[in-house]
Design a protein around this ligand. Structure first.
Ligand code: NOJ
Length: 453
């Protein structure tokens, strides 16, 4: 048999391979160690909001099992770990007194990562707003911005010696429009006016700015910072000039309210025309804060929307038939090209110095452990397909420097509770037993060889 070709499947040297999680989805100990209530702790108790009424109370019990989890990561050769800090563990009420037990917990956690040779990539905020801040207005009010500024300063000062890679916020869209918009599906689940909804984005952008400011002020030598966005991603239905131009127009229109202020320091005339009288309140100094230079852009890319050129319009948005291949998460159409186009269009429109795919993965419901194995061939194929398109983006000049699979562990998938599994490691939520799935072995091999296998 001739040798298998590897020429087009090798990643650049120093490519960062990692796995991602978030505190509320894995830690559990929701009311232990002095932690305050988060909006998700409250929201998950509203009848009918979460599949099967699942709560975050125990989750993967990572709070008590992080050492075991890090040893498992090490055994898989995963040397980079994206995690989040739970704001209500540090400030139970959002601001005011610091909870020393929470501060100490993350010190132990970062020490355990170091012992296992794993580099932390820390998200400051992954949706678990302290409920006390929501009671004072939440994301609609600048009280949250002021509290976040103090929180960011506190954690960067505290952990700056152990953490060099910081991510300010995760997916602004999800904790604003899905949480305060007309069709809520996330905590706090409070529909506000269109004007207030626009304030939620603006306040989130201000928090991003404070996160960057905190890292520059207190992060120490070598500290780096960026946002993780989940830009909406179009796929030109054919890779022809006209469909690509249509996809680009779609990308700009859908993403300008978040990426323009950060990369261009203003809201574009198109955005201001779109929101009209409902524009957010901009105070002097806001855009200087929001647009402070970052070191990288994090992108979470899972799925895309097909778009083509259309006479007389900027683009035509093509729907997808019900039988289009999907994961069990219905929103997740299996579209590997999305990762190529998402990365490429972000690069071409905004030119971030570096891009990291801070999440990519797929959720399925029924992944039984049989004889100590989980044969998730569907996830292995998913990853392989997306990695090929990621590599194509690099080969076409996009400065992608790393990839984090979502997720290390099956975990609390928000409104889908524990039913939907995204992990490369299976978690039995009754016994907390961990079983590495076939996809984790696959990913370990990719990391070891630094190429698609
Ligand atoms: C993005 C979010 O950041 C993460 O929390 C979520 O679980 C995954 N997408 C999968 O839906």
């Amino acid at each position: 048999m001739p040798p298998l070709s590897t020429t087009n499947s090798t990643f650049p040297d120093q490519f960062v391979w990692g796995a991602a999680t978030a505190a509320p989805q894995i830690e559990g100990a929701a009311f232990a160690g002095g932690k305050g209530e988060s909006i998700w702790d409250r929201y998950c108790r509203i009848p009918g909001r979460i599949l099967k009424g699942d709560t975050l109370d125990v989750a993967c019990d990572h709070y008590n099992r992080f050492r075991e989890d890090f040893a498992l990561m090490r055994s898989l050769g995963i040397r980079n770990y994206r995690l989040s800090i739970a704001w209500p563990r540090i400030f139970p009420k959002g601001d005011g007194p610091v909870n020393q037990a929470g501060v100490d917990f993350y010190h132990r956690l970062f020490d355990a990562l170091a012992e296992n040779g794993i580099t932390p990539w820390v998200t400051m905020f992954h949706w678990d707003l302290p409920q006390a801040l929501e009671d004072r207005g939440g994301w609609t009010d600048r009280v949250t911005v002021d509290a976040f500024a103090t929180y960011a300063d506190t954690i960067v000062k505290e952990y700056g010696g152990k953490v060099k890679n910081w991510i300010t916020l995760n997916e602004i869209r999800c904790f604003t429009i899905l949480a305060y918009g007309p069709r809520v599906n996330a905590a706090p689940g409070r529909t506000v006016s269109p004007q207030q909804l626009n304030e939620t984005y603006h306040n989130a952008l201000l928090c991003h700015g404070h996160g960057v400011r905190a890292v520059r002020a207190h992060g120490g030598k070598g500290a780096r910072v960026g946002l993780t966005d989940n830009c909406d991603t179009p796929i030109p239905v054919t890779e022809t000039e006209k469909d690509i131009a249509a996809a680009n127009a779609w990308f700009v229109e859908r993403n300008l309210h978040i990426l323009d202020p950060i990369y261009r320091g203003s809201y574009s005339p198109d955005y201001l025309a779109r929101v009209g009288k409902d524009a957010p309140t901009v105070k002097p100094g806001d855009f200087e804060l929001i647009s402070a230079p970052t070191d990288f852009l994090g992108l979470n890319i899972y799925t895309g929307f097909f778009v083509r050129a259309c006479p007389g319009a900027k683009y035509e948005d093509l729907g997808t038939h019900d039988s289009y291949p999907r994961a069990d998460s219905k929103w997740l159409k299996i579209t590997p090209q999305a990762i190529y186009w998402g990365l490429r269009l972000a690069h071409e429109n905004y030119g971030p110095k570096e891009i990291y795919v801070t999440e990519n993965g797929c959720g399925y419901d029924d992944e039984p452990v049989v004889n100590d194995e989980v044969l998730d061939l569907h996830r292995r194929d998913f990853l392989r397909g997306y990695l090929r398109e990621l590599l194509r983006a690099i080969q076409d000049g996009v400065p992608v420097k790393g990839y984090f699979v979502w997720s290390l562990l099956d975990n609390y998938e928000w409104a889908d509770g524990y039913t939907r599994r995204f992990g490369i490691v299976h978690v039995d939520f009754e016994t907390q037993a961990r079983t590495p799935k076939l996809s984790s072995r696959y990913f370990a091999e990719v990391i070891k060889l630094n190429r698609i296998v």
